[in-house]
Design a protein around this ligand. Structure first.
Ligand code: LRH
Ligand code: MN
Length: 397
């Protein structure tokens, strides 16, 4: 049993915890070896909003949806009115805006890092269109990920590409409105397998600082080498006030984009702990965007998203139970075992009854997953979308 004081801490923490869902998490995505089509998968922007709306309906904590422009607004600003109508219809708000500067044939040798100035301009033009969409949709964050890099030594000038990225990101920063931000995401490899232009947190930090004060670093939990200490990167970026947000997922090997907390829940807990500890010390919330970035090739996509949100709430609630006063005293006195147990005791606490209490007090289903299963929504969309979805191609080549 947890104390009333602990229950209050969990309820207070959950009241402020929102997590943004990726539109692309509801679509039939796959791996390079093909994809297994799901009859209920979303293909249109309208269906992605409808499915995200279901997750928000049963969890109450996913009011925004991340959009990937070429996938969700193929006509650019021309789709803004439709997107605003969909958001209103499904009780959501447009969230972070993600440009697509990786799928066009022209981007074979890069986008902002491409040796061809005409292709660099093409990429920047798309990003500036995305900033315009961001303004029209009232979205705060531009979320920037670049597949740019190379596959073989000597095939690209890494120093020149670094300068071209600095130029492109400075121009992007200059186009942002006062209350807008740009989040620079790093990734060590894939699809490039020799060098990636923005490969780690240091490169993203240097480019963000060079771009300007509205540019900060986005940490995708799947974008790290196996042995990297992700929560240390988070602690550094927090302390430098250069952390914009997260793309949450889980992995066993590389950028596996698996369900958050499904492989290494203690990893997510350690990240949430660094954030809560930092907020306790400064007595104020950190201005961080929590976003899910996953693609479910095998699990039911909406169920997996509800499961993700429930895992996120549970791990965040556990991190809220760390006794920071006690931790500081034990850190100061280098009482190592007792200091560590401040985290482990919190992690080992069953916070689920308190979370159910939080949900019921807010007229939300005690078990969001069961509520979704009982809703009949999956059966309805399977009937509506099944035939169309199963006629699609699955082959990679
Ligand atoms: C790249 C990435 C990026 C997105 C994409 C869908 O691996 O994490 O954030 O644009 O996934
Ligand atoms: Mn990501």
């Amino acid at each position: 049993m947890i104390s009333d004081k602990q229950t209050d801490r969990i309820i207070h923490a959950l009241d402020a915890f929102h997590i943004e869902l990726p539109s692309w998490g509801f679509a039939n995505t796959g791996t390079r070896f093909g994809k297994f089509l799901q009859p209920a998968a979303a293909t249109s922007t309208a269906e992605k909003f409808a499915d995200a709306g279901q997750v928000h309906r049963v969890t109450g904590v996913c009011p925004t949806i991340a959009l990937h422009v070429l996938w969700d607004l193929p006509n650019g600003v021309g789709n803004c009115a439709q997107v605003q109508a969909l958001a209103a219809e499904h009780g959501l708000r447009p969230g972070s805006i993600n440009p697509n500067v990786f799928q066009d044939q022209n981007y074979k040798h890069g986008s902002l890092g491409n040796p061809d100035p005409a292709i660099r301009k093409e990429a920047l033009d798309h990003i500036l269109d995305c900033v315009e969409i961001q303004k029209r949709l009232g979205s705060r964050d531009l979320s920037l990920w670049f597949a740019d890099g190379s596959n073989y030594p000597g095939t690209q000038n890494i120093r020149h590409r670094r300068r071209w990225f600095e130029e492109g990101l400075k121009a992007t920063h200059a186009a942002l409105a006062e209350d807008q931000r740009m989040m620079v995401e790093y990734k060590p490899f894939e699809p490039a397998f020799y060098h990636t232009d923005i490969a780690d947190w240091g490169m993203a930090l240097a480019l963000s600082q060079a771009a300007g004060p509205k540019a900060k670093v986005l940490v995708d939990t799947g974008h790290h080498y196996q042995a990297q200490n992700i929560e240390q990167i988070v602690a550094w970026l927090l302390d430098m006030n250069m952390l914009a947000g997260f793309h949450f997922n889980d992995r066993r090997y590389a950028d596996d984009d698996l369900t958050m907390g499904s492989i290494d829940p203690y990893q997510i807990f350690r990240i949430f702990h660094e954030i809560r500890f930092y907020e306790w010390e400064r007595g104020a919330r950190a201005d961080i965007a929590y976003v899910v970035d996953q693609s479910h090739n095998l699990k039911g996509k909406i169920e997996a998203m509800v499961q993700t949100v429930m895992n996120a709430q549970e791990l965040y609630a556990k991190a809220a139970l760390v006794d920071h006063e006690q931790l500081v005293a034990r850190q100061r006195s280098t009482d190592l075992v007792r200091a560590e147990s401040c985290l482990q005791d919190a992690f080992k606490t069953d916070v689920r009854p308190a979370i159910v209490e939080w949900r019921q007090a807010r007229r939300l289903p005690a078990d969001p997953l069961e509520a979704f299963r009982q809703s009949g929504y999956l059966e309805r969309i399977t009937a509506a979308r099944g035939e169309r979805n199963l006629s699609g191609s699955t082959a990679y080549a």
